[in-house]
Write a protein that binds this ligand. Structure first.
Ligand code: SAM
Length: 223
Protein backbone atom coordinates (compact mmCIF):
# COMPACT_ATOMS: atom_id res chain seq x y z
CA UNK A 1 0.00 0.00 0.00
CA UNK A 2 1.38 3.44 -0.94
CA UNK A 3 1.64 6.32 1.56
CA UNK A 4 -1.05 8.16 -0.41
CA UNK A 5 -3.43 5.20 -0.13
CA UNK A 6 -2.80 4.99 3.63
CA UNK A 7 -3.41 8.73 3.98
CA UNK A 8 -6.80 8.61 2.22
CA UNK A 9 -7.78 5.44 4.09
CA UNK A 10 -7.03 7.18 7.38
CA UNK A 11 -9.28 10.17 6.69
CA UNK A 12 -12.11 8.23 5.00
CA UNK A 13 -14.35 7.91 8.08
CA UNK A 14 -14.39 11.66 8.72
CA UNK A 15 -14.34 12.71 5.04
CA UNK A 16 -18.01 13.66 4.73
CA UNK A 17 -17.88 15.91 7.82
CA UNK A 18 -14.66 17.70 6.82
CA UNK A 19 -16.04 18.39 3.35
CA UNK A 20 -19.12 20.23 4.71
CA UNK A 21 -17.13 23.49 4.83
CA UNK A 22 -16.82 23.37 1.03
CA UNK A 23 -20.58 23.08 0.50
CA UNK A 24 -20.74 26.35 -1.50
CA UNK A 25 -18.13 25.07 -3.96
CA UNK A 26 -19.87 21.72 -4.16
CA UNK A 27 -23.22 23.34 -5.01
CA UNK A 28 -21.67 25.39 -7.84
CA UNK A 29 -19.76 22.41 -9.25
CA UNK A 30 -22.90 20.27 -9.27
CA UNK A 31 -25.04 22.99 -10.85
CA UNK A 32 -22.65 23.46 -13.78
CA UNK A 33 -21.93 19.74 -14.18
CA UNK A 34 -25.62 18.87 -14.50
CA UNK A 35 -25.90 21.13 -17.57
CA UNK A 36 -23.63 18.72 -19.46
CA UNK A 37 -25.22 15.42 -18.42
CA UNK A 38 -27.77 13.40 -20.40
CA UNK A 39 -30.05 10.54 -19.38
CA UNK A 40 -28.16 7.99 -21.52
CA UNK A 41 -24.67 8.86 -20.25
CA UNK A 42 -22.35 6.23 -18.78
CA UNK A 43 -20.07 8.10 -16.38
CA UNK A 44 -16.82 7.46 -14.51
CA UNK A 45 -16.36 9.38 -11.23
CA UNK A 46 -12.59 9.35 -10.74
CA UNK A 47 -11.57 9.77 -7.08
CA UNK A 48 -15.18 9.40 -5.93
CA UNK A 49 -14.33 9.21 -2.19
CA UNK A 50 -17.52 8.34 -0.28
CA UNK A 51 -19.75 8.95 -3.30
CA UNK A 52 -21.46 12.24 -2.41
CA UNK A 53 -21.17 13.81 -5.87
CA UNK A 54 -22.08 10.58 -7.68
CA UNK A 55 -25.28 10.27 -5.62
CA UNK A 56 -26.27 13.82 -6.41
CA UNK A 57 -25.75 13.29 -10.15
CA UNK A 58 -27.16 9.75 -10.40
CA UNK A 59 -30.65 10.92 -11.34
CA UNK A 60 -29.29 12.75 -14.40
CA UNK A 61 -27.51 9.84 -16.14
CA UNK A 62 -27.81 6.14 -16.94
CA UNK A 63 -24.96 4.85 -14.76
CA UNK A 64 -22.05 6.14 -12.68
CA UNK A 65 -19.01 4.01 -11.88
CA UNK A 66 -17.13 5.51 -8.93
CA UNK A 67 -13.47 4.57 -8.46
CA UNK A 68 -11.00 5.46 -5.73
CA UNK A 69 -7.63 4.15 -4.57
CA UNK A 70 -8.79 4.08 -0.96
CA UNK A 71 -10.60 0.91 0.11
CA UNK A 72 -12.02 2.75 3.15
CA UNK A 73 -13.48 5.49 0.93
CA UNK A 74 -15.07 2.81 -1.29
CA UNK A 75 -16.45 0.96 1.76
CA UNK A 76 -18.03 4.25 2.90
CA UNK A 77 -19.44 4.88 -0.59
CA UNK A 78 -21.00 1.42 -0.67
CA UNK A 79 -22.57 1.93 2.78
CA UNK A 80 -23.95 5.30 1.66
CA UNK A 81 -25.36 3.80 -1.57
CA UNK A 82 -27.13 1.04 0.36
CA UNK A 83 -28.57 3.56 2.84
CA UNK A 84 -29.92 5.72 -0.01
CA UNK A 85 -31.07 2.75 -2.10
CA UNK A 86 -29.43 4.15 -5.22
CA UNK A 87 -29.24 1.51 -7.95
CA UNK A 88 -27.38 3.11 -10.84
CA UNK A 89 -24.12 3.95 -9.05
CA UNK A 90 -21.46 1.29 -8.46
CA UNK A 91 -18.09 1.60 -6.76
CA UNK A 92 -14.73 -0.12 -6.97
CA UNK A 93 -11.31 0.34 -5.46
CA UNK A 94 -9.38 0.96 -8.67
CA UNK A 95 -7.15 3.28 -10.60
CA UNK A 96 -7.71 4.65 -14.10
CA UNK A 97 -5.43 1.93 -15.43
CA UNK A 98 -7.53 -0.96 -14.12
CA UNK A 99 -8.13 -3.43 -16.95
CA UNK A 100 -11.84 -3.60 -16.09
CA UNK A 101 -12.20 -0.23 -17.81
CA UNK A 102 -11.97 -0.38 -21.59
CA UNK A 103 -10.89 2.36 -23.95
CA UNK A 104 -13.76 4.49 -25.28
CA UNK A 105 -16.25 3.11 -22.77
CA UNK A 106 -17.42 6.31 -21.01
CA UNK A 107 -19.48 9.28 -22.20
CA UNK A 108 -18.25 11.41 -19.29
CA UNK A 109 -15.31 11.20 -16.90
CA UNK A 110 -15.61 13.42 -13.81
CA UNK A 111 -12.60 14.34 -11.68
CA UNK A 112 -13.61 16.51 -8.76
CA UNK A 113 -10.80 17.75 -6.53
CA UNK A 114 -8.28 15.12 -7.51
CA UNK A 115 -5.86 16.46 -10.16
CA UNK A 116 -3.96 18.39 -7.46
CA UNK A 117 -3.29 15.23 -5.40
CA UNK A 118 -1.95 13.07 -8.23
CA UNK A 119 1.76 12.44 -8.82
CA UNK A 120 1.24 12.92 -12.57
CA UNK A 121 -1.93 14.76 -13.62
CA UNK A 122 -0.91 14.79 -17.31
CA UNK A 123 -0.64 11.01 -17.34
CA UNK A 124 -4.10 10.78 -15.74
CA UNK A 125 -5.54 13.07 -18.43
CA UNK A 126 -4.01 10.92 -21.18
CA UNK A 127 -5.67 7.82 -19.72
CA UNK A 128 -8.97 9.69 -19.28
CA UNK A 129 -8.82 10.65 -22.97
CA UNK A 130 -8.44 6.98 -23.84
CA UNK A 131 -11.37 5.96 -21.63
CA UNK A 132 -13.69 8.55 -23.19
CA UNK A 133 -15.73 7.88 -26.30
CA UNK A 134 -14.94 10.29 -29.16
CA UNK A 135 -16.83 13.49 -28.35
CA UNK A 136 -17.04 12.46 -24.67
CA UNK A 137 -16.67 14.98 -21.86
CA UNK A 138 -14.16 15.44 -19.07
CA UNK A 139 -15.65 17.51 -16.20
CA UNK A 140 -13.46 18.62 -13.31
CA UNK A 141 -12.87 20.97 -10.43
CA UNK A 142 -9.36 21.58 -9.12
CA UNK A 143 -8.42 23.59 -6.03
CA UNK A 144 -5.76 26.03 -7.21
CA UNK A 145 -3.64 26.66 -4.15
CA UNK A 146 -1.46 29.32 -5.82
CA UNK A 147 -4.54 31.48 -6.45
CA UNK A 148 -6.63 33.53 -3.98
CA UNK A 149 -7.15 31.80 -0.63
CA UNK A 150 -8.66 32.83 2.70
CA UNK A 151 -6.25 33.27 5.60
CA UNK A 152 -7.62 30.19 7.39
CA UNK A 153 -6.97 28.04 4.31
CA UNK A 154 -3.48 29.48 3.87
CA UNK A 155 -2.71 28.61 7.50
CA UNK A 156 -4.07 25.11 7.03
CA UNK A 157 -1.93 24.68 3.92
CA UNK A 158 1.15 25.86 5.84
CA UNK A 159 0.48 23.26 8.54
CA UNK A 160 0.11 20.54 5.87
CA UNK A 161 3.36 21.62 4.19
CA UNK A 162 5.14 21.51 7.57
CA UNK A 163 3.79 18.01 8.21
CA UNK A 164 5.21 16.94 4.81
CA UNK A 165 8.66 18.10 5.92
CA UNK A 166 8.52 15.93 9.06
CA UNK A 167 7.03 13.09 6.94
CA UNK A 168 3.79 12.84 8.94
CA UNK A 169 1.74 13.21 5.74
CA UNK A 170 2.67 12.23 2.17
CA UNK A 171 3.87 14.84 -0.29
CA UNK A 172 0.93 14.58 -2.67
CA UNK A 173 -0.11 18.21 -3.18
CA UNK A 174 0.52 20.16 -6.37
CA UNK A 175 -0.12 23.87 -5.91
CA UNK A 176 -1.62 24.90 -9.24
CA UNK A 177 -2.47 28.25 -10.77
CA UNK A 178 -5.42 28.35 -13.18
CA UNK A 179 -2.88 28.65 -16.03
CA UNK A 180 -1.08 25.50 -14.81
CA UNK A 181 -4.34 23.57 -15.10
CA UNK A 182 -4.98 24.99 -18.59
CA UNK A 183 -1.47 23.88 -19.57
CA UNK A 184 -2.22 20.26 -18.64
CA UNK A 185 -4.48 20.06 -21.69
CA UNK A 186 -2.00 21.50 -24.19
CA UNK A 187 -1.16 19.09 -27.00
CA UNK A 188 -3.56 16.39 -25.84
CA UNK A 189 -6.83 15.21 -27.31
CA UNK A 190 -9.01 16.88 -24.68
CA UNK A 191 -10.08 20.32 -25.85
CA UNK A 192 -11.17 22.75 -23.13
CA UNK A 193 -14.68 24.03 -23.88
CA UNK A 194 -15.62 25.74 -20.61
CA UNK A 195 -13.81 27.16 -17.59
CA UNK A 196 -15.16 28.88 -14.48
CA UNK A 197 -13.67 30.07 -11.22
CA UNK A 198 -15.53 29.36 -7.99
CA UNK A 199 -14.38 30.88 -4.74
CA UNK A 200 -15.14 30.02 -1.15
CA UNK A 201 -12.06 30.03 1.12
CA UNK A 202 -10.07 28.53 -1.76
CA UNK A 203 -10.11 29.11 -5.52
CA UNK A 204 -11.62 26.20 -7.36
CA UNK A 205 -11.19 25.90 -11.14
CA UNK A 206 -14.03 24.22 -13.04
CA UNK A 207 -12.94 22.84 -16.42
CA UNK A 208 -14.95 20.97 -19.03
CA UNK A 209 -13.04 19.45 -21.95
CA UNK A 210 -14.22 17.40 -24.89
CA UNK A 211 -12.40 14.51 -26.52
CA UNK A 212 -11.65 15.57 -30.04
CA UNK A 213 -13.18 13.10 -32.47
CA UNK A 214 -10.75 10.94 -34.46
CA UNK A 215 -7.55 12.05 -32.72
CA UNK A 216 -7.12 9.20 -30.25
CA UNK A 217 -3.41 8.87 -31.06
CA UNK A 218 -2.70 12.38 -29.86
CA UNK A 219 -3.57 11.15 -26.39
CA UNK A 220 -0.67 8.66 -26.59
CA UNK A 221 1.74 11.12 -28.13
CA UNK A 222 1.14 14.03 -25.78
CA UNK A 223 3.89 14.29 -23.16
C1 SAM B 1 -9.81 15.46 -2.24
S1 SAM B 1 -10.61 13.92 -2.44
C2 SAM B 1 -11.95 14.37 -3.57
C3 SAM B 1 -13.09 13.41 -3.48
C4 SAM B 1 -14.35 13.76 -4.28
N1 SAM B 1 -14.12 13.65 -5.71
C5 SAM B 1 -14.89 15.11 -3.92
O1 SAM B 1 -14.83 16.02 -4.74
O2 SAM B 1 -15.34 15.27 -2.77
C6 SAM B 1 -9.53 13.02 -3.51
C7 SAM B 1 -9.95 11.56 -3.66
O3 SAM B 1 -9.14 10.98 -4.68
C8 SAM B 1 -8.72 9.69 -4.27
N2 SAM B 1 -7.47 9.38 -5.00
C9 SAM B 1 -6.25 9.92 -4.81
N3 SAM B 1 -5.38 9.43 -5.72
C10 SAM B 1 -6.07 8.57 -6.50
C11 SAM B 1 -5.75 7.73 -7.61
N4 SAM B 1 -4.48 7.69 -8.09
N5 SAM B 1 -6.70 6.97 -8.17
C12 SAM B 1 -7.97 6.99 -7.68
N6 SAM B 1 -8.35 7.75 -6.63
C13 SAM B 1 -7.41 8.53 -6.04
C14 SAM B 1 -8.57 9.79 -2.76
O4 SAM B 1 -8.63 8.54 -2.13
C15 SAM B 1 -9.74 10.71 -2.41
O5 SAM B 1 -10.89 9.97 -2.14
Amino acid sequence: MTRAEKFWDRIADSYDQTEDRFETLHVQAMEHTKKHLQAGHVVLDYGCATGGKAFELAGHVQHIQGIDISSNMIAGAQRNAAARNIQNVTFAQATLFDERYADESFDVVMAFNILHVLPDARQALRRIAELLKPGGLFISTTPCLREKQALASRLQLSVYLALIVVRLVPNILTRFTFADVDALFAGGSLQVIETRVFYHQVSSYFVVAQKIQGTENLAHNAH
